[in-house]
Design a protein around this ligand. Structure first.
Ligand code: IPE
Ligand code: IPE
Ligand code: MG
Length: 240
């Protein structure tokens, strides 16, 4: 479907790409193959989001808790990070996509860190789709980081206690300046946030398609976007 086919589209879509492990198991493959297949889905989803001229897409690629997986699986995911940027960065930059990494980059191996910093630097002035890639991301860690920044600003006299409001926090999140999440999609049938965008999802609409992430198609994505269009968002008000 194209943009004109939708009566209403979200400005900001967030996706928990879940189900790679189960997909691999189902196909009697190594878990790394599940993640690799998941990247194929991601490619299509980014392309479609860009074609639809949606403003922002946030994808959960690696959580602060995912370090607790086996050494082999973490290594496979680290390799995939390198492969993804190597194969995609030219096209993304050409399409005017701005890439932001959400999460602390310092803990990544040097190669990965360099690739992530370079992707952000190279696309920093792009004005098309904002692609937020959550790597070593945790919603709670993000809020702790914001709290520390606010404390620093207060201590330095740049900010007064009285002036602190919800915007003060929004401005110190990785997503500063972006609209709140309108639509949150988690594939694989799991219905939980797993520490994803806790503050930004306050009034998001949630969809939990049962399909595993490597099997998620552009048609499934369109269906989710259509379902979003049918939701009545009330934000606490009585509409009729
Ligand atoms: C999500 O797929 C991708 C990452 C966490 C990196 P999973 O690997 O969590 O897939 P399941 O939940 O085991 O099926
Ligand atoms: C959330 O999925 C993280 C990513 C998709 C990157 P998980 O599969 O790690 O979450 P839980 O453990 O099922 O809650
Ligand atoms: Mg999972």
């Amino acid at each position: 479907m194209v943009r004109e086919d939708f009566a209403k589209l979200p400005r900001h879509v967030a996706i928990i790409m879940d189900g790679n492990g189960r997909w691999a198991k189902k196909h009697k493959l190594n878990v790394a193959m599940g993640h690799r297949q998941g990247v194929e889905t991601l490619r299509e989803v980014i392309r479609h989001t860009d074609d639809l001229k949606i403003e922002a897409l946030t994808i959960y690629a690696f959580s602060t808790e995912n370090w607790n997986r086996s050494k082999e699986e973490v290594a496979a995911l680290m390799q995939l990070i390198l492969d993804f940027f190597k194969s995609e960065i030219d096209e993304l930059d050409e399409k005017n996509v701005r890439i932001l990494i959400l999460g602390e980059k310092d803990v990544f191996p040097q190669k990965q860190r360099e690739v992530l910093i370079e992707a952000e630097r190279r696309t920093a002035d792009n004005t098309g789709l904002t692609l937020n890639i959550c790597l070593n991301y945790g919603g709670r860690a993000e809020l702790v980081r914001a709290a520390k920044q606010i404390t620093e600003d207060v201590q330095a006299g740049r900010l007064s206690l009285d002036s602190i409001n919800e915007q003060t926090i929004s401005d110190r999140l990785y997503t500063a300046g972006q609209p709140d999440v309108d639509l949150m999609i988690r594939t694989s049938g799991e219905m939980r946030l797993s520490n994803f965008l806790l503050y930004q999802c306050a009034y998001a609409e949630f969809l939990f398609p049962r399909v595993l992430w490597p099997d998620f198609t552009v048609q499934d994505y369109d269906e989710a976007l259509l379902a979003y269009g049918g939701r009545e968002r009330r934000f606490g008000k009585r509409l009729s």
